[in-house]
Design a protein around this ligand. Structure first.
Ligand SMILES: Nc1nc2c(ncn2[C@@H]2O[C@H](COP(=O)(O)OP(=O)(O)OP(=O)(O)O)[C@@H](O)[C@H]2O)c(=O)[nH]1
Ligand SMILES: [Mg+2]
Length: 231
């Protein structure tokens, strides 16, 4: 297997739908999931690049592994549940610090999942993605607790935390998404936007990496020593 050229990591609280988003994108389906233990990855060929996408466990007990998974990451997808405000706060409180090990020019996407649960009219969003009664939020119609503007405000906090200038990174409007792994809404858009943006990061990482081969032609001749039988 060829070594992946770059790494993308999904982070976020348990139950927000990280595994479901990845399965929707990679396998084009919405199967029943079990809470992730440790982490798992998929390989995606994007243009001529091999990208590994890591699914991590949101459970508190696996929290320590998060920074290990983020090591050298070219992009991190921070995921919350739009119907559960606490899951956005958790990104700031528990997950952002895990990205300290990521690449210096790591990209960030902020993703609010499960929008199908708070669609205004049943049937909106297509593919039969109506409202699931009895889900989090408790409201009868439209339990959405987090607006896209809240996610964009969080994106700006990320830039502040990373001491990045807004002018040097993609705009919040480009990097904040609302998705449904259930209906597929915006799932391709999310991953493919991130893949496209990650390619220049991969190229920069390659340029900065120590060379893997020695160029004999440009290598200096070995220094002559006085020792040995022919001296
Ligand atoms: N209605 C709806 N349910 C979803 C969506 N995405 C995930 N779910 C459900 O939410 C639950 C949790 O989904 P997972 O994908 O396992 O969540 P996770 O973030 O991987 O959770 P951990 O592995 O524990 O960190 C499952 O019952 C999913 O079927 C969505 O977009 N809409
Ligand atoms: Mg999972």
């Amino acid at each position: 297997m060829r070594k992946p050229d770059g790494k993308i990591v999904l982070l976020g609280d348990m139950n927000v739908g990280k595994t479901s988003l990845l399965q929707r994108y990679m396998e084009r389906r919405f199967p029943d999931t079990v809470s992730t233990v440790g982490g798992a990855f998929y390989l995606k060929q994007w243009r001529s690049y091999n990208i590994s996408i890591w699914d991590t466990a949101g459970r508190e007990q696996f929290h320590g592994l998060g920074s290990m998974y983020c090591r050298g990451a070219a992009a991190v997808i921070l995921t919350y549940d739009v119907n559960h405000a606490q899951s956005l706060l958790e990104l700031e409180n528990r997950f952002l610090g895990l990205t300290d090990t990521a690449s210096a020019d790591c990209l960030f996407a902020v993703v609010g999942n499960k929008v199908d649960l708070s669609e205004e009219a049943p049937g909106e969003g297509g593919q039969g993605g109506g409202r699931d009664p009895g889900q989090v939020g408790g409201g009868s119609g439209g339990s959405k607790q987090v607006q896209l503007e809240d996610a964009m405000a969080f994106y700006k906090k990320i830039l502040k935390y990373k001491m990045l200038d807004e002018k040097d990174v993609p705009a919040a409007e480009q990097m904040c998404f609302e998705t449904s792994a259930k209906t597929g809404k915006n799932v391709d858009l999310l991953f493919e936007t991130v893949f496209d943006m990650v390619v220049p990061v991969i190229l920069r990482q390659r340029a900065q990496a120590p060379p893997q081969t020695v160029d004999i032609a440009s290598a200096p001749p070995p220094a002559r020593t006085r020792s040995g039988c022919c001296s």
